[in-house]
Design a protein around this ligand. Structure first.
Ligand code: 13P
Length: 252
């Protein structure tokens, strides 16, 4: 499953806007390239309805998941619950959750474990901040994040993991990584996966780019052999714009 374009709505849209988007995107799916998997991560209250409704091949992801299994954890929802609602993936370790909700590497690793134990796919997010980039430490930051998040994950379990490289300085800033910066980091991540797991795992794992990706830069960003698609925030909110990214059509 190397080619994936995933949308992350974050905390946006009403339920009627979400339904409308699914309807529009569903109609457009027949015209989308058949070798690209389309995924959307709506806000949690809409997951059950969207995952249980007419999907037209659209994969549904949660933006979050509990690091615990069921029990007295008010406000949390477990990987098992998501699976029971028909959800396919959970985003884990997004930089906004790390920065704004105190998610530590340890919690991220627990979430990965919970998902894999429940057969819920993982979109594992990693990314360096501007300070680390300016210091030239981006590779060591990513290595530390991935080492920790994937600790104890077995070779076969990696079929359930997608990696998303999202440099924090490019998220929601309009300042995207250059195609070369993305290519270098994706190459680094694939090499890391090869060393940590195997050449086969590295070759088969999808590595998505996220951070101010839009129709005008998607084609260039996705042109690197190690960039297998994108995790799209703002530009996934309008289905017509999102479709252009999936089609690598820069006409918007
Ligand atoms: P933007 O595309 O809005 O920069 O967001 C990227 C992102 O965080 C996706 O998870």
């Amino acid at each position: 499953m190397r080619n994936i374009v995933a949308g992350n709505w974050k905390s946006n849209k009403s339920i009627s806007e979400a339904r409308e988007w699914m309807l529009e995107m569903g109609k457009a799916m027949v015209n989308m390239p058949q070798d690209v998997k389309v995924m959307i991560a709506p806000p949690a209250p809409y997951l059950s309805e969207l995952a249980g409704g007419k999907r037209n091949g659209i994969l549904i992801a949660s933006q979050n998941v509990s690091s615990f299994s069921e029990g007295a954890y008010t406000g949390e929802f477990t990987a098992e619950m998501l699976v029971s609602c028909g959800v396919d993936f959970a985003l884990v370790g997004h930089s906004e959750r790390r920065a704004d909700f105190g998610e530590t590497d340890e919690m991220v690793a627990k979430k990965v474990r919970r998902c894999l134990d429940s057969n819920l796919g993982v979109v594992l997010c990693c990314g360096e901040n501007l300070f680390s980039r300016d210091e030239g430490n981006q590779e060591s930051v990513i290595k530390a994040q991935l080492m920790s998040a994937l600790e104890g994950v077995g070779l076969e379990e990696m079929t359930g993991v997608v990696v998303a490289y999202e440099p924090i300085w490019a998220i929601g800033t309009g300042r995207t990584a250059s195609a070369q910066q993305a290519a270098e980091m994706h190459f680094y991540i694939r090499s890391f996966l090869s060393e940590r797991f195997s050449g086969d795992v590295a070759a088969e794992t999808s590595i998505l780019y996220g951070g101010s990706c839009k129709p005008s830069n998607a084609k260039e960003l996705f042109s690197s052999p190690d960039v297998d698609g994108g995790l799209i925030g703002g530009a996934s909110l309008e289905s017509s714009v999102f479709q252009k990214i999936i089609e690598f059509d820069s006409s918007l």
